[in-house]
Design a protein around this ligand. Structure first.
Ligand SMILES: [Zn+2]
Length: 422
């Protein structure tokens, strides 16, 4: 059989036709993905309107009132849905590992991020102090460099990190200089300093964390809660912390820490004053740190959180916390407008950690975004004491993109039907 039956001229013609087809396809499909008809909420850029979003080469290429479907290789119809920046969860524990008795620092209490992030619209997690200067390199090698989720970190002021027990009570292992040195080694991923769990009567752990933050020019996050009798929360805000430092577990009501709402249900007057001074109030829900008897009166008195976060770990994920969208839904049902809920879960946490490159949909930004549905119905939300609040709205994640890749697609809205050829 003659394989060259068509001859050289015939093969050239076929080649030219093929080139023509590819050329016209390339001209038509300017973008990798076009998301149409979604209600875009992008607080940093002041966008709260139905817009189309185009993505090309992993970055946001256009946000316009109309981008033709023919310009997208993949087209997503987001009618009736919200398109927001990828969520930034400011308080998580993701230094998972198998070291015995290591708690959240290469231990069993921390979780691998990718299993819990994309399905809840989260594209960036901030690990809040699992590693200290001694074991940060292991955390980076083991988790940060291997996760599709963007993982940023606060270094624990304790050099050995959040290993629990006496290790976290060891003042001799809290070195501001060495902590700041390690932070300076990894400026692309270390975004703050954490102090937590100290039970003594001294202010030294807080002051050393602030000193490390001062040297490294990074914010400090405080989990204030183990002091019996409690140290003064007002003194923490007004004397020890700086503008831009963070109180996490803002709506906790635990022995060992003064609550922001007193027993009569009144927001303590120094709390709004602390906010005026620049203290950031973060939710950090967790398994023991979010009570409706704090959040409901605080919201009624006009005190919404600055940043919404989960305190994701093994004990919180199957209890009242569940995931980022469940925590956001609680505030939506407590009267926080959806654009404010989105801002507290995207641009505000990004700004808090001085990462202006994330938490928004500006043209040129890495394309981290999420497509959300607001479900209407009757939903129950539970706090850490087991108290239930009924609500009428619940956020659900339809689609998550990380750096332009679809990493979660609940109902296949980015896919063609199975019997249509790709
Ligand atoms: Zn935590």
């Amino acid at each position: 059989m003659n394989m060259n039956r068509t001859g050289p001229i015939g093969r050239t013609a076929v080649f030219l036709i093929a080139c023509g087809i590819f050329a016209s396809l390339a001209a038509a499909q300017t973008y990798d993905v076009v998301i149409q008809n979604g209600h875009v909420l992008d607080p940093r850029n002041g966008i709260d309107a139905v817009m189309d979003v185009a993505i090309e080469n992993g970055v946001i290429a256009a946000v316009e009132t109309e981008i033709a479907a023919s310009l997208g290789e993949t087209v997503v119809d987001a009618s009736g849905l919200y398109v927001t920046p990828g969520l930034v969860d400011l308080h998580t524990h993701v230094f998972f590992g198998t070291e015995p008795d290591a708690a959240y620092s290469n231990g069993y209490n921390a979780l691998p991020p990718d299993g819990f992030t994309f399905r809840a619209g989260v594209t960036t997690v901030v690990d809040l102090g699992d590693a200290g200067w001694r074991n940060f390199s292991q955390f980076k090698e083991q988790v940060i460099d291997r996760s599709r989720t963007r993982v940023l970190a606060f270094l624990n002021i304790v050099g050995s990190g959040m290993k629990g027990g006496p290790i976290e009570q060891n003042l001799a292992d809290m070195d501001p200089k060495l902590t700041a040195m390690r932070a300076a080694e990894f400026p692309e991923v270390v975004v703050g300093i954490k102090v937590a769990h100290y039970q003594g009567e001294e202010w030294d752990p807080v002051d050393r964390a602030v000193e490390a933050g001062r040297i490294a020019d990074l914010p400090v996050a405080v989990d204030f809660g183990g002091h019996i009798p409690p140290l003064s929360l007002e003194e923490l805000f007004m004397t020890h912390l700086r503008s831009g430092d963070i109180l996490t577990h803002a709506f906790a009501n635990v022995s060992g820490r003064i609550a922001i709402v007193d027993d009569a249900g009144t927001l303590r007057p120094f709390v709004p004053r602390a906010r005026e001074r620049g203290i950031v109030f973060d939710v950090g829900h967790g398994a023991g740190s979010f009570r409706f008897n704090q959040a409901v009166p605080a919201m009624q008195q006009g005190f919404a959180p600055d940043t919404i976060s989960t305190d994701l770990h093994r004990a919180s994920m199957n209890a009242g916390m569940k995931d980022m969208l469940n925590v956001m839904s609680k505030f939506l049902n407590l009267g926080m407008p959806l654009p404010d809920v989105i801002e507290a879960s995207t641009w505000r946490p990004a700004r808090t950690i001085k990462r202006d490159d994330i938490g928004h949909l500006s043209v040129g930004a890495e394309a981290d975004l999420t497509v959300l549905r607001v479900r209407e119905g009757t939903f129950g939300f539970v706090d850490v004491a087991g108290g239930k609040l009924l609500g009428s709205q619940k956020l659900e994640c339809e689609l998550t993109m990380r750096a332009g890749e679809v990493v979660w697609d609940l109902n296949g809205i980015s896919r063609a039907a199975w019997n249509v050829s790709p």
